[in-house]
Design a protein around this ligand. Sequence first.
Ligand SMILES: Cn1cnc2c(O)nc(N)nc21
Length: 280
Amino acid sequence: TSTLTLPRGRTLNLEKTVIMGILNVTPDSFSDGGQFLKPAEVLKRAMQLLDDGAQILDIGGESTRPGAPDVTLEEELARVIPVIRVIREQSDCIISIDTSKAQVMEQAILAGADIVNDVRALQEHRALEVVSQFEDVAICLMHMQGQPRSMQSAPHYDDLFADINTFFTRRIKACETAGIKLEQLILDPGFGFGKTLAHNYEILAKFDDFNKFDLPLLAGLSRKSMIGNLLNRDINERLAGSLAGALIAAQNGAKIIRVHDVKETADVLNVYQACTQGIL
Ligand SMILES: Cn1cnc2c(O)nc(N)nc21
């Protein structure tokens, strides 16, 4: 499908690859190591991401990187809800909430979020029930093997693609049983979430295989260890590798690319689209 249904009668055209800009509001993402970013600072960053070409802002209050500490419900709400509110006051942009907690999903949607981006694919308590009560909220179902604390200790699959596809089939069925429509769903194989370096590059190389579900696919590999470990680059030296990954994901059928470096990724995708969309 080339259109994603959104709340309030809006839709997102997916004929051209869409950029999801990462707006982290977790302490380990704060430059000054502060406890909370002031909403005004976050708003400035959000507007910059939109100016640079992001159509979706992904707001996350709990780091999902390997070994990340858990965050309480209260803390996560305190981080993300004020940010959603302040952005929604200023912009009609598409907002996605990066969370696995049902109550954060509920509050975020009520505050104006359009997409639930859940690295646990609505498997946590009451997540399915809560999301199914909102007409047309979009949901990204991401594959993860294990949990962030331990998922990278020894990832193993009997059959990588069969396992991921079985997971998607089961989660899609669970959503349909809960009354969620296929048009609301996005699928994502979850780069780095219980995968070895080899697994990650096999997924990237054969990304188009997941298009068998005829649902929009999301790719999120920006600045990840699959880039850093391959190239032996620190987190702030992974732009070129991330851009290469974004281009390959787009060429291999990804419709939404989740990135930190929006401006540069937009340039890469615009060059790619000039070749494929015949605009010249
Ligand atoms: C929150 N988050 C971190 N990495 C991600 C990825 O690859 N996909 C999605 N959907 N969310 C992610």
